[in-house]
Design a protein around this ligand. Structure first.
Ligand SMILES: O=C(CO)COP(=O)(O)O
Length: 251
């Protein structure tokens, strides 16, 4: 089963209009017309339109960092799937640990967003991952199992094949402490086993599982070389053309 490597840049709450467009153009130029991987940029929502214009007609794709699960209406401050596709998004990150911890997003919220995203023809990137305390308490598999089951509740096999999972151990996010390739692969294999239980092996084998947490040009090759690591969700190192294209070049 060959799964195309997916490298996504999660810019989080960084950049301004001019620097966002410059970064997007720089990535477009660096990856060229036949990138070694599928490449997605996820800028803050206010810059989606501008970055979308910068990548239009190129192999670089656009993703959002969050979405609200409702049709148009009285939801002050929110953005729905139809608005995201309207500005050119193909992907949306869901349930990032920063949203789970800082904004109190639950697995049930993520599941609602997942169904709304799929109905709106967006590819969801569903984030899961344990805290340091949970890892040290030997609860990693339990936590991941709960997040996978809760976040993907009600998903059918056909739609499941098209989603993306991102394994992001919280202790490795923005800390410079990357999971070793073996540590990451162990959890990725466990996630695929869980997906297999839910959707069958054939579907589970099609689902891409990205790793996220201090991915840099220097550690990307080893991580991406693991059998169940199908890409990277990159934070800090996606903010410069040099680092981000260095990670893509490692594919
Ligand atoms: O949270 C992340 C991507 O979503 C990872 O962030 P860093 O690459 O900065 O550790």
């Amino acid at each position: 089963m060959s799964r195309r490597t997916l490298i996504a840049g999660n810019w989080k709450m960084n950049m301004r209009c001019e620097s966002a467009v410059a970064l997007a153009k720089g990535v477009v130029a660096a990856v060229g017309s036949q990138p070694s991987a599928e490449v997605v940029l996820c800028p803050p929502s206010v810059y989606l339109s501008k970055v979308g214009e910068a990548v239009a007609g190129t192999p670089v794709e656009l993703g959002a960092q969050n979405v609200y699960a409702a049709d148009d209406g009285a939801f002050t401050g929110e953005v729905n799937p139809s608005m995201l596709t309207d500005v050119g998004c193909q992907f949306v990150i869901l349930g990032h640990s920063e949203r789970r911890t800082l904004m109190g997003e639950t697995d049930a919220d993520v599941s609602k967003k997942l169904h709304a995203a799929l109905a709106g023809r967006l590819v969801p990137i569903v984030c899961v991952g344990e805290s340091l305390e949970q890892r040290e308490g030997d609860e990693t598999e339990q936590v991941i199992e709960r997040q996978i089951n809760g976040s993907l509740a009600g998903l059918d096999d056909v739609r499941a094949a098209g989603i993306v999972i991102a394994y992001e151990p919280i202790w490795a996010i923005g800390t410079g402490k990357v999971a070793s390739p073996e540590q990451a692969e162990e959890v990725h294999a466990f996630i695929r086993q869980e997906l297999s239980k839910m959707f069958g092996k054939e579907v589970a084998d099609q689902i891409r599982i990205q790793y996220g947490g201090s991915v840099k040009p220097g550690n990307a090759k080893e991580l991406l070389g693991q059998p169940n690591i199908d890409g990277a969700l990159v934070g800090g190192a996606s903010l410069t053309v040099e680092d981000f294209s260095g990670i893509i070049a490692a594919v």
